[in-house]
Design a protein around this ligand. Structure first.
Ligand SMILES: Cc1ncc(COP(=O)(O)O)c(C=O)c1O
Length: 352
């Protein structure tokens, strides 16, 4: 309701005033403030983007790859967009290495083998989108930093349910979109870049909003903004900023430290029920290694997703599984309802 109210306040204002530039920019700034609060950063380290992919493109366009340190390390647990963006950079001279997933997990020690003194940036998905496997960011960051690599974290599947502190975890760059656990709408994603790193990064993905003074309108004077505004391009997706601000405010008000134990409780319940009912999961059984995603193996995941949707239950089909994604408002009864329906669907399928 609150997020809807925020979107409606944009629409009301739009109908009344048409363009309310100052208010729009205020909303974008306050959404950045909420994001900064969520990850333990300051607002000047945060930029807003239309999608996580756009934010990652801004990052990828910011470095010079002509030197010796031109290697990018990604993982098989990365959301494909991350790997595609870096693959597109192969023609700029990067080399790319992919850390493998073995039985649904990544052994932290395997980063040791892939990250070396030629690695510019190590990309770590905090939570694996397919099965919820969670990585120890601080541990991997320490190892990557020892080798002189920057640390990039994709927190899209974690933020809002897992505590994130960019200083404690020693993260250089972090991205997340708002569509999932941050209760936002499509069209908003946020990028954190550590203040000390910002001057080193010169995005070619840029525009007038990335300039020190966007309103100077002087094409002879090109000057990046000194803070994270330099990753801005053009007019932000203002309506999505309204929704994002309110969604993140809800999470900040409740506090991830209070949400997290409930997520763990639901994970334990879901795994127990999945096994009790004869399904299997590819999610880690050890809750300490698990985020909010719980996977269930079913014969035809796309079909199961569509049939559950008809019953008002939203899951996502990803490869061989459907994915449950719990949040603070989900109850064990909701999980039961999803599993009851899934049993029926799978049962019906085997009869037909
Ligand atoms: C972990 C992760 N990273 C990146 C993305 C891509 O986000 P976007 O569509 O905003 O580019 C997703 C989308 O689901 C995701 O789950």
């Amino acid at each position: 309701m609150r997020v809807r109210g925020a979107i409606e306040s944009y629409l009301d204002d739009w109908a009344e005033t048409g363009m309310n530039w100052e208010k729009w920019m205020e909303e974008v700034d306050s959404s950045k403030r909420e994001f900064a609060r969520l990850v333990g950063a300051v607002t000047g380290e945060v930029s807003m983007h239309g999608s996580a992919s756009q934010a990652i493109n801004a990052v990828a366009s910011s470095f010079d790859y002509s030197g010796k340190r031109n290697k990018v390390v990604v993982t098989e647990a990365d959301f494909p967009t991350v790997v595609f963006i870096w693959k597109a950079c192969l023609r700029l001279g990067i080399t790319l290495e992919i850390v493998p997933v073995v039985e649904g997990e990544i052994d932290p020690a395997s980063y040791e083998r892939y990250v070396d003194d030629r690695t510019l940036i190590t990309c770590i998905p905090q939570v694996y989108y397919q099965n919820g496997f969670k990585q120890d960011i601080a541990l991997i960051a320490e190892m990557a930093h020892k080798k002189g690599s920057l640390v990039f974290v994709d927190a899209y599947q974690a933020l809002g349910t897992e505590p994130v502190d960019v200083r404690q975890m020693d993260i250089d760059i972090l991205v997340s979109g708002n569509l999932k656990y941050l209760l936002g709408m499509p069209g908003s994603a946020y990028l954190f870049v550590k203040q000390e790193l910002i001057p080193r990064m010169k995005p070619t993905s840029t525009g007038w909003f990335g300039q020190e003074n966007p309103f100077a309108f002087n094409i002879r004077d090109f000057r990046y903004a000194g803070d994270a505004r330099r990753f801005d391009t053009g007019t932000p997706i203002v309506i999505a900023a309204y929704a994002a601000r309110e969604g993140m405010r809800i999470i900040n008000e409740i506090g991830v430290s209070r949400i997290k134990p409930w997520i763990d409780e639901l994970s334990r319940y879901a795994i127990r029920e999945i096994e009790k009912r004869g399904f299997s999961t590819t999610s880690p059984k050890d809750i300490a290694k698990k985020g909010a995603v719980t996977s269930i193996q079913v014969p035809s995941p796309q079909d199961a997703e569509a049939q559950l949707k008809k019953r008002g239950i939203i899951v996502s089909a990803r490869g061989p599984v459907v994915r449950l994604a719990h949040h603070f408002f989900v109850t064990p009864e909701d999980i039961d309802r999803a599993l009851d329906s899934l049993e029926e669907i799978v049962g019906l399928k085997s009869k037909g």
